[in-house]
Design a protein around this ligand. Structure first.
Ligand code: ZN
Length: 174
């Protein structure tokens, strides 16, 4: 992937275009590295970013890996919290905030499971996160070939996909 392409931004939108999220190629490459590290177990982390002035677009500025106290198996992932408070306080100084989660379903569907939706609902009402409409990026497949799709939880219960769903093959968006 050339440097220009590496810096490119991918825009995803809900069907009625009322909300968008941007994900830079460099963040997709970072996710790809975490997938290479984990092999058969789920992995994930948090999304940090900021909202446009009209709150209609979330711009992702950082994707973390799994905090050290995370636990996972082939079909489950409990994201830990170690180090996140400190990181988020630091980001706050730059007006960047927690905006959601990402995780990997090895050889699984690129849709959130009932457990994933439950987690988003819990986050949406948690004072700790202060994020009433959390995002969740699901990646599914293998490190060498995976799909990526963001979702947003609105009204505390409705989980909507943002399109397009993209395919990444050998690190290239195809
Ligand atoms: Zn999941």
């Amino acid at each position: 992937m050339g440097k220009q392409k590496y810096l490119e931004m991918n825009r995803f939108t809900v069907m009625d275009e009322s909300f968008n999220v941007t994900v830079k190629n460099e963040h997709i490459q970072e996710i790809n590295l975490y997938l290479k590290k984990t092999k058969i177990n789920e992995t994930g982390g948090i999304l940090i970013g900021y909202y446009s002035e009209d709150f209609k677009t979330a711009h992702i500025t950082m994707v973390t890996g799994p905090p050290k106290d995370s636990k996972s198996g082939p079909t489950w992932f409990h994201r830990g919290t170690k180090g996140l408070k400190k990181l988020l306080l630091k980001k706050w100084e730059y007006q960047e905030f927690y905006i959601g989660e990402w995780h990997f379903h090895p050889d699984g569907p690129v849709e959130p499971s009932p457990q994933d939706i439950k987690q988003m609902i819990e986050i949406s009402v948690s004072r700790r996160y202060n994020c009433p409409e959390p995002l969740m990026i699901i990646v599914a497949g293998k490190a060498s070939k995976f799909m990526l799709q963001p979702y947003i939880l609105i009204n505390g219960k409705e989980c909507l996909p943002l399109v397009p769903r993209i395919d990444i093959v050998d690190g290239e968006i195809s």
